[in-house]
Design a protein. Structure first.
Length: 217
């Protein structure tokens, strides 16, 4: 298929790909993946594309397969504490997130940003939600996301902490020993102490980083 330079090009491409009428659509990202998203009269249609614009995978999720779908302004996959600086707030104002979950699947976050020649692309999640609400209002809702996301066990958090501490101890000890010319005993003490602090800080955040990178969970 040809390159997508405008909203009309995208609408035409999605209609050809899905073989159905397009009610609402947009160009989003699921983690690191580019994805064209469309709502048809009977399904949510996803077309994953490469950087060259070629189709990598197409998915059709019928309304019967959806548990819920909704739209949120900004980037819903990133915690608010990570969006405190000015650049993050500007980016937040220019994005929107489509959140949905299949009955048998993980919570999905598709991020839509403002794009040249693509009319209000960051508003695409709200257009999709509005069209779905007109046909299947029971699917348009937003449950407590903490309850929908996969629970994080204490055992899993401890394993992440242990792995992080071990890796960081080795890295920091070698750095202190070879590059900074510290004695190996002192390097090990500093490396282990620093690793415990960093491991304790970052181990609980690994699921958050994973969600930001993959768009899932």
């Amino acid at each position: 298929m040809g390159q997508v330079r405008s909203s009309e090009d995208l609408r035409v491409r999605l209609q050809q790909s899905s073989g159905e009428e397009i009610l609402a659509f947009g160009w989003g990202t699921l983690g690191m993946k580019n994805v064209f998203v469309a709502l048809t009269p009977s399904a949510l249609f996803l077309e994953f594309i490469s950087f060259t614009g070629n189709t990598k995978e197409s998915r059709r999720i019928s309304f019967e397969e959806l548990e819920f779908l909704n739209a949120i302004a900004g980037d819903a996959s990133t915690p608010k504490l990570m969006k405190l600086n000015l650049e993050s707030r500007i980016n937040e104002a220019m994005t929107g997130t489509l959140i949905y979950k299949e009955r048998q699947g993980k919570l999905i976050h598709i991020l839509f940003r403002k794009m040249p020649n693509h009319d209000s692309n960051n508003k695409a999640p709200f257009r999709i939600t509005e069209q779905l609400a007109a046909r299947k209002p029971e699917l348009v809702r937003m449950p407590d996301l903490k309850n929908v996301r996969e629970p994080q066990s204490k055992g899993g958090c401890f394993r992440r902490f242990a792995i992080l501490t071990l890796v960081l101890t080795v890295v920091i000890t070698l750095l202190m020993g070879f590059l900074l010319q510290e004695g190996w005993t002192m390097a090990l003490i500093v490396g282990f102490s620093t690793a415990i602090i960093l491991g304790g800080a970052f181990a609980p955040l690994i699921p958050v980083f994973k969600r930001m990178i993959t768009g899932q969970g």
